[in-house]
Design a protein around this ligand. Structure first.
Ligand code: SF4
Ligand code: SF4
Length: 238
């Protein structure tokens, strides 16, 4: 067990946990956008800044990527931390000026406007949640980061997301709602990944409910694959 201090209170933590995990487990609110408990930490949004003091040296750092160490002192609400978070929030606001979640968080943190030129693009804040979810939760590896610096974007590695099975996990996890999924007739379209998938209809209600690509993916990946009949009916009719 590791002992650390957060906001002048002592806490116990398990080795390998991050400061953010320990804080959240103990009801301490540190704002974050790119952290998800089921995914590896990435430190992409930079919002979860805290001050950490170790061996009489204090640094400003992202709490999701800082593993707990015995005896460290963490401060989550100092003027320096709040100033840094507001600055980052302004940057995020410029990247996704139309995203309701970003606007609400910015308001909550006192970042009313942004001194940066608002992006007229796609509202993506490059948090990488979609990439990590597709890799680590789904296992499809359909999308990735490409280019560097300000040009960095998420896109399929090839012309279209060849491995995309249309499961919608990336759509659900995206904090800015910038991945659009649309079912039209017997097709599912995810424009951001330049992907169109053929859908299977439920034998009872006729509603298209899963892509053929997802059925194949599940059958190939599952240790104990369900019978083919499993995919005849949607979850409501099954
Ligand atoms: S919809 Fe496609 S890109 Fe998104 S998580 Fe599923 S497989 Fe990956
Ligand atoms: S598309 Fe959404 S989830 Fe993916 S990096 Fe951009 S903001 Fe994050």
């Amino acid at each position: 067990m590791i002992t650390l201090w957060i906001d002048n209170k002592q806490y116990k933590a398990a080795e390998g946990q991050s400061i953010l995990q320990v804080a959240l487990d103990n009801g301490i609110d540190i704002p974050h956008l790119c952290y998800h408990e089921k995914l590896s930490s990435y430190g992409g949004c930079r919002l979860c800044q805290v001050e950490v003091t170790k061996d009489n040296r204090t640094i400003l750092t992202t709490s999701c990527t800082y593993p707990v160490i015995d005896g460290i002192i963490v401060q989550t609400e100092t003027p320096r931390v709040i100033k840094a978070r507001r600055f980052i929030m302004e940057l995020l606001l410029s990247l996704a000026p139309q995203a309701p979640k970003i606007k609400a968080l910015a308001k909550e943190m006192g970042a009313i406007g942004t001194r940066f030129t608002p992006n007229t693009g796609d509202n993506c804040i490059k948090c990488g949640l979609c990439v990590r979810a597709c890799e680590e939760l789904v296992g499809a590896h359909a999308i990735t980061f490409t280019h560097r610096g300000a040009q960095r974007i998420v896109e399929p590695p090839f012309e279209e997301a060849k491995n995309c099975i249309g499961c919608g996990t990336c759509v659900q996890i995206c904090p800015t709602g910038c991945i659009n999924i649309e079912d039209r007739g017997m097709e599912r379209k995810i424009d951001k990944w330049k992907k169109t998938l053929k859908m299977k209809a439920c034998k009872r209600c006729g509603r298209p409910f899963i892509s053929f690509a997802e059925i194949t993916f599940i059958m190939n990946k599952a240790k104990n694959p369900p019978s083919e009949n499993w995919f005849e009916y949607c979850s409501d009719c099954r």
